[in-house]
Design a protein around this ligand. Structure first.
Ligand code: AMP
Ligand code: GLY
Length: 427
């Protein structure tokens, strides 16, 4: 069957890599893709937010499966758009409808949902424009540091963690009154701070049955030792040693099952990936956030470990028969390091040629993220996060050695990366 992936990052590169391996895949397209997705798929110049254009392409190219990489088209209702048209009844869409996508699209919706489902999460309250006094009064009932979140989508930048009350109140002023994040911060969620280690858990579900994918840890801070500014993610590892069987059992019983049961009880159909961002607080999992898609760069470490045919899993999901297929996962350690443009996540230059990518050893996976072809047809940098480099090895130490030695062969002007991905998890 012909498959169309929407998106242009490292996550979509990894999806293309994995779907290309499926015997079910005939033609594979990525819209708009990047300089690397062209290795496994054909790039098509379509904006994922232009649903009519996506539809025309699907009709014109006999596409049977639509895999939505990023959250925005889902939050804007791309799945509903196709469901509303009887001609697309058989189209397999990977990603939830608008109502389910609110789990990511609105922080308050997600928190209220968790409260109704009895899912462990940080204490919170939500405030709208005009409720500044009440918001400040709630802040004073909490202990520092203070967690403030813009309610809507803010490109991963809408969360502020402030060390003291003065800074938290100032940030609140800027969000609620100054519209710091535009409409996204017309409403603000204030949360209790959770102290622990983060973990990303991905679930593929048809709304009734589910498969828990290998867990991963993302390194969000720009600097070594988890210092500096927040980024989209500077690297990832999978598996994660502390997520042992007893911990994952807690995740399944206290979070995955109640989430899916509550979605069903509230008649919110859900098919696709659910990404649960967790905090391990002294051995117990708490939900920080839901996302309605795969994580980036977690996907670049998770998908290479999956042995099963991803297209087959998606097909079974569409038939509400995820229980009939097996999810087979390799035991090896995956370690992914993001090579980023100098200056990221603040301003950076683009358009630099990628050097040495042809020298990496077989088995090294290079997932392009912010890359494009220059006028001469050579791959060059076109974003903050440029290239995700993943290797697989029997253990974490060897995966670190392997990934970093491969990175030594690659370069572009201003290239930066964290040299400590995985180090905190070494014994
Ligand atoms: P989010 O966009 O909700 O994932 O938040 C971004 C980051 O802020 C998370 O990855 C955490 O590192 C941090 N964070 C969010 N909520 C909390 C919380 N309640 N306690 C501690 N850290 C948090
Ligand atoms: N790596 C975190 C995210 O994709 O949101």
């Amino acid at each position: 069957m012909n498959i169309l992936i929407l998106g242009s990052g490292g996550r979509e590169s990894a999806l293309a890599y994995k779907l290309k391996q499926s015997p079910q895949t005939d033609k594979l397209y990525v819209a708009p893709g990047n300089a690397g997705t062209g290795l496994w798929a054909e790039n098509v110049a379509i904006d994922p937010m232009n649903f009519a254009q996506v539809k025309d392409f699907i009709i014109g190219h006999d596409v049977k499966m639509l895999v939505v990489g990023p959250e925005e088209p889902l939050v804007q209702g791309i799945h509903d758009y196709f469901l509303a048209d009887a001609g697309f009844r058989d189209l397999i869409v990977v990603g939830p409808c608008r109502e389910g996508a609110k789990l990511e699209g609105s922080k308050q919706f997600a928190k209220d949902f968790m409260r109704r489902a009895g899912i462990p999460t940080a204490a919170y309250a939500a405030f709208s424009h005009g409720e500044l006094a009440q918001a400040k009064a709630f802040l004073r009932t909490l202990k520092p540091p203070y967690v403030l979140k813009a309610d809507g989508l803010a490109a991963g930048k809408g969360v502020l963690i402030e060390p003291d009350l003065g800074r938290a109140e100032k940030a609140l002023d800027e969000m609620l009154e100054g519209r710091k994040f535009g409409a996204a911060s017309d409403k603000v969620v204030i949360e209790e701070f959770l102290d622990g280690i983060e973990l990303s858990v991905f679930v593929l579900t048809d709304g009734t049955h589910y498969k828990i994918l290998p867990e991963a840890k993302d390194y969000k801070k720009a600097g070594e030792g988890d210092t500096g500014l927040n980024t989209g993610g500077m690297g990832s590892v999978s598996p994660v040693a502390f997520a042992d069987a007893p911990f994952m059992k807690k995740v399944e019983e206290r979070i995955v099952k109640p989430t899916l049961e509550r979605l069903k009880a509230e008649r919110i159909p859900y098919s696709g990936f659910l990404f649960i961002g967790l905090m391990n607080v002294a051995g117990d999992p708490y939900v920080i956030e839901y996302n309605v898609r795969l994580g980036d760069p977690e996907t670049e470490a998770v998908l290479p470990r999956i042995r099963s045919d991803l297209a087959e899993l998606f097909t079974a999901m569409h038939r509400n028969r995820l229980d009939e297929v097996e999810l087979e996962v390799g035991k090896e350690q995956a370690l992914c390091v993001m090579l980023v443009s100098g200056g990221y996540p603040e301003s950076y230059k683009k358009g630099f040629e990628l050097n040495g990518t042809e020298n990496v050893s077989p088995g090294t996976l290079m997932f392009h993220a912010g890359t494009a072809m220059d006028e001469a047809g050579r791959p060059c940098t076109a974003g903050g996060r440029v290239l995700a480099v993943t290797t697989l090895a029997p253990d974490l130490e060897s995966a670190m050695r392997k990934t970093y030695s491969e990175i030594g062969k690659i370069g572009f002007e201003g290239m930066y990366y964290r040299k400590d991905i995985g180090k905190d998890l070494c014994r």
